[in-house]
Design a protein around this ligand. Structure first.
Ligand SMILES: NC(=O)c1ccc[n+]([C@@H]2O[C@H](COP(=O)([O-])OP(=O)(O)OC[C@H]3O[C@@H](n4cnc5c(N)ncnc54)[C@H](O)[C@@H]3O)[C@@H](O)[C@H]2O)c1
Ligand SMILES: O=C(O)[C@H](O)CO
Length: 317
């Protein structure tokens, strides 16, 4: 049997399915793998099932002369923590888990849109603090979401699921920025320049992958272009945002609020961001449901099984 390393505890059913086919070691630690562990994983296992935070960068591959590992079957759709080109050069394939994450992540985007626009986090803190003095007509007025325009940046699987929820559920006109035009089952306007989109919408949502091409896509210029009543939502990767520029925009009231599930240097969330009442902060909850995490794990196992049969994994990247 091939030796498989699962780098974090996963739902029982996933580990059981993996044990049916492989000699499995589960690393009983919820923190990302450290430098030595990453290298040892490549040296000592035939297959590795890593996840977010396990940073397999070019240096890791360069340090391991003849890796025993032949597949990194990532748990999650986003694989910006793996240098895929360096992996390939080292003879290691990479797969991910697209689709399994789509609806759950779109649901969290809608949670953030509503929480940010309707000041739900701020309201919850007010009640919890015992400081609420009762309802009155001008208390905590937020942005009415129904009918407002949403701008989706990255009209992929998750972007489309967010757009559909906004369109069908909240009657929101949809605009988007994407490398290519999308054929969608509802009306949506493609805008050529990101800064133009930013200036035209009431809610701007980041749904692009992380990586070098999208690093700091949302910078001071984009926040400057946004309308002062608009909200910025990020469910993609923290690194797509210049976090310092976002903090500055919020502090200066250039935008009304932000809803974030991801951060530039996770799990570190700058104190300046945590202090702002206009920000809703979630701890990377996009796929955090047992059903979803189980589906992600099963997809990763399917990729491993296909590879073991000598086939190309269904979700090789
Ligand atoms: N918050 C969470 O828990 C969570 C959960 C799942 C996924 N994610 C993130 O969401 C991302 C998107 O997932 P998906 O399944 O929708 O991916 P996808 O590949 O279906 O969609 C990505 C979209 O972004 C566009 N895009 C890619 N690179 C681009 C670039 N350089 N410039 C402009 N547009 C670009 C693509 O054309 C595509 O339309 C993942 O890569 C992951 O980082 C976060
Ligand atoms: O990329 C993904 O799938 C998520 O961020 C991890 O749940």
């Amino acid at each position: 049997m091939k030796r498989l390393l699962i780098t974090r505890p996963l739902p029982d059913a996933v580990v059981a399915a993996a044990r049916d086919a492989f000699h499995v070691t589960v690393r009983l630690n919820n923190l990302p793998m450290q430098s030595d562990e990453l290298r040892d994983a490549l040296r000592n296992f035939d297959l590795v099932l890593p996840t977010l935070g396990d940073v397999f960068d070019a240096g890791v591959f360069a340090d391991v002369d003849t890796p025993r590992c032949k597949l990194l079957a990532n748990f999650g759709v986003g694989y910006n923590h793996i240098d895929v080109a360096a992996a390939k050069a080292a003879g290691i394939a990479v797969s991910n888990t697209p689709g399994a994450v789509t609806d759950a992540t779109a649901d969290v985007a809608l949670t953030l849109i509503l929480m940010s626009a309707r000041r739900a986090g701020e309201g919850e803190r007010l009640v919890r603090s015992g400081g609420w003095k009762g309802w009155h007509p001008t208390q905590m007025l937020g942005l009415h979401v129904t009918g407002k325009t949403v701008g989706i940046v990255g009209m992929g699987r998750i972007g489309q699921a967010i757009a559909a929820r906004c369109h069908y559920g909240f009657n929101m006109p949809v605009k988007y920025w994407n490398r290519s035009a999308k054929d969608l089952p509802f009306e949506a306007t493609r805008v050529e320049r990101l800064a133009d989109l930013a200036g035209q919408v009431d809610v701007l949502v980041a749904a692009v992958p992380g990586g070098a091409q999208t690093h700091h896509l949302f910078d001071a210029d984009i926040f400057e272009a946004m309308q002062s009543h608009a909200h910025f939502i990020n469910i993609s990767r923290g690194e797509v945002v210049d976090e310092a520029a976002l903090v500055a925009a919020l502090q200066a009231g250039k935008i009304a609020g932000a809803g974030l599930d991801v951060y530039e240097f996770e799990p570190r969330v700058p104190e300046a961001l945590r202090k702002l009442n206009t920000v809703t902060l979630l701890p990377h909850l996009g796929t955090a449901a047992l059903e979803v995490r189980s589906q992600m794990g099963m997809m990763a196992v399917d990729n491993l099984l296909a590879f073991e049969r000598g086939e190309t994994p269904p979700n090789q990247v």
